[in-house]
Write a protein of this length. Sequence first.
Length: 230
Amino acid sequence: MKAEATPSKIDKNRKDLLAARRSRLGVMASKQKITSSYAANFSGGKEFCSICLLPLTEKKRLKCQHEFCEECLQDALKLTGSICPLCNHVFDVLIGDQPDGNMSWTKSSDSLPGFSGCGHIIITYSFPSGVQMERHPNPGKPFNGTSRTAYLPDNKEGNAVLKLLKKAFDQRLIFTVGNSKAIGLKNQVVWSDISHKTSLSGGVQKFGYPDFNYLERVKKELKAKGIEES
């Protein structure tokens, strides 16, 4: 089962947001003849919103200095959480749509390929079946729970990543509800876009070890969501 990072949903969500927002504003936009060239002319005069392409109303500026209409930004938050729709900068604690579940871990003295000087950490994620919430694909419909296992080397860096993954889990960022490509079914608990090693061996192609860049890679993925070592 594929557990490496999948393409982020942020870009797709932003496109959906743009389409929905511009659709609602279609009449107004047509009256004002909003086009790319017209919008570009705003830079020399009025400030405009990068989502609806209309003059800013109730302007909201994020820490990254990008500005949006208050209503446009609120629509964006419903889709992406606390992420700037333009640059993906996390401007607040990011909370995902992971359903209720449990994360636990144990340790083994056996070494992972490529990490002969230490044992390894066995992480277990478990989720019961439930009902989809507002931010899931089919709110109100049931979803199937699951159990997943992942592995980390039991060394200083591996334990640091474990703490970061626990924080990500508590912020509901590691799993989501969607379509499972592995079993071809909808309404399943599936991995989000934070890489995990679900095999002890087999290398990168089998989502296992050895993979000497994995720990650094997953830390970058977590940092992109505002989760990093303090």
